[in-house]
Design a protein around this ligand. Structure first.
Ligand code: NAD
Length: 492
């Protein structure tokens, strides 16, 4: 190859990179009106700070101030640069999934280690990009009106221990795509992996775009630091993922809160179902990461006429059957009865435990290949009523399909989260869907399919069932602003 050819190729590569980084191709960024500042390219922008914090803060005021400066800098950049920031987060989740997944498990000690890298890859793949945000338009005799989705500014974020870094990464991608920055108070038992991940994300964004601290993490999170975020005047919106306690606390703050609260997803299996498929799907969903996911199957209601064949199908598909007495015994060890007005709940030390560890508590030995324990219980059983987050699934025999749906509705406790049916009858699917009124409703698949893993559509690590936004996307983290041009610009 000659010198000229190499130079030519180099010039083309430089132009393409400029185009990707600036979002303006070879052109100068357009002047936005007379007084508005034009977006700046990554190359010409002054860095927001010395780039030495990378989102690590112990003090909430300092974190919010840094996130505020970072968000202001982001607003001066093109949409293409926002997307670059999101892609950098996604790439780190995918390329470093093994290492980050291992670190997450070593810190939290919950769930199934081989699933930890998968969850990070998923967090990156299911996020929608900046281009998913749509502008609505009204055009008529009196001109044109646009409704655009603007960022809120700094978002206060709470993440759960069950998926500390995947939730932070997925939230950050959605929030930055919409032009926001965030300050996260992670669960204390997942704080190190959250801080480490945020450091990697901020470093990569700073190196590429010169903006530090888009993702700030309180490295020593407490309930007090959470409350400081909830009430901080420069935090415009709260995004909560966790149990009912934190959802209630955020809602009391007086700020708008998008809350991805708890679930207790029931499954109904009717007499028409393909039992082998139902068993495979239930095992896949309920055993994933040892049942830590909020969408995972938590209890099963089966029509009486197929109850015994369904139990046989579960055993055939590899789940380990406990007797009713063993289910009672295990519940006494692993589940605490709720106080006045609250449901029973899992004891922390058994959340996300392996089935072998759980079986050992009652002197039962199960093969290493087994991913799920199951057994018959009644409707009031603690394993039915609690969001157990462990791979033990109660099966309840119901006199009729309608009774099974009634039991499922009671067990879901009105969280409005997720429900699953296995049936070949469309009228049963429709009936249950109407009765349950959940955010996610999966037919003839594992619960995971409702969050895009094996089903169609996008996904999210924060399913805002408590406040109704559904599976969160970049648009969820925007506020609508209207721009009206009177009597003009309609070109028809
Ligand atoms: P958790 O409620 O114990 O903690 C969640 C977060 O809230 C943590 O960061 C914790 O430190 C904080 N927190 C708890 N009480 C608080 C309070 N009073 N004030 C301020 N902060 C508080 O839950 P977890 O064990 O970490 O996670 C599991 C729960 O989260 C389950 O109930 C699960 O269903 C739910 N979850 C829901 C979704 C969803 O998308 N809907 C996703 C993941 C987890």
């Amino acid at each position: 190859m000659t010198q000229v050819d190499e130079q030519l190729i180099q010039d083309v590569v430089t132009k393409v990179l400029e185009h990707v980084q600036s979002g303006w191709g070879g052109r100068v960024a357009p002047t936005v009106g007379k007084s508005a500042a034009a977006p700046v390219s990554a190359a010409s922008a002054a860095p927001t700070t010395a780039g030495n914090r990378f989102g690590q803060f112990t003090n909430v005021d300092e974190a919010v101030a840094a996130a505020k400066a970072a968000q202001a800098a982001l607003m001066r950049r093109s949409l293409a640069q926002r997307q670059i920031a999101c892609d950098l987060i996604g790439k780190i989740c995918i390329n470093q999934a093994d290492e980050l997944g291992r670190l997450e498990y070593e810190e939290t000690r919950i769930g199934h280690p081989p699933h930890k890298p998968d969850k990070l890859v998923l967090a990156a793949r299911i996020a929608m990009g900046a281009d998913s945000i749509r502008t609505e338009c009204f055009s008529g005799d009196h001109g044109i009106t646009l409704e655009e989705h603007a960022p809120w500014g700094v978002i206060g974020v709470i993440t759960p221990v069950t998926h500390s870094l995947p939730t932070l990464a997925n939230n950050a991608m959605n929030m930055i795509a919409a032009g926001n920055s965030l300050v996260c108070n992670p669960h204390p038992s997942g704080k190190r992996i959250a801080a480490h991940g945020a450091k990697l994300f901020n470093q990569a964004i700073y190196e590429k775009l010169g903006i530090d601290n888009l993702i700030c993490v309180i490295t020593e999170p407490t309930l007090e630091s959470a409350n400081q975020i909830f009430t901080h005047r420069d935090v415009s919106l709260l995004a909560i993922t966790g149990g009912m306690g934190v959802v209630r606390a955020a809602m009391r703050s007086g700020k708008r809160a998008i809350c991805a609260g708890p679930g207790n997803p029931p499954v109904v299996v009717d007499a028409s179902a393909d039992l082998d498929n139902a068993a495979r799907c239930i095992i896949e969903g309920a055993s994933y990461d040892n049942n830590l996911l909020c969408i995972s199957e938590k209890e099963v209601f089966v029509e009486a006429s197929i109850f015994e064949p369904m139990m046989a199908a579960m055993a055939k598909a590899g789940a380990f059957q406990l007797t009713t007495q063993q289910m009672d015994q295990l519940a006494r060890i692993c589940i605490e009865t709720g106080g006045e007005g609250s449901h029973p709940h899992a004891k922390t030390e058994f959340v996300g435990a392996e089935p072998q560890t759980l079986a050992r508590q009652i002197g039962v030995s199960v093969p290493p290949s087994c991913r799920l324990l199951f057994g018959q219980t009644d409707q009031r059983h603690p394993f039915v009523q609690a969001e157990q987050m462990m791979p033990v699934l109660p099966f309840v025999k119901c006199d009729s399909f309608e009774k099974a749906v009634e039991c499922a509705k009671q067990a879901e406790h009105g969280f409005g989260h997720t429900a699953v049916i296995h049936s070949r009858l469309v009228d049963h699917m429709t009936y249950m869907g109407k009765e349950m009124n959940t955010t996610i409703y999966v037919k003839n698949g594992p619960s995971l399919a409702g969050d895009s893993a094996g089903g169609e559509g996008y996904g999210s690590y924060s399913i805002a069932c408590s406040t109704g936004e559904g599976l969160t996307t970049p648009t969820t983290y925007t506020r609508i602003r209207r721009c009206t041009m009177v009597d003009n610009l309609r070109i028809i």
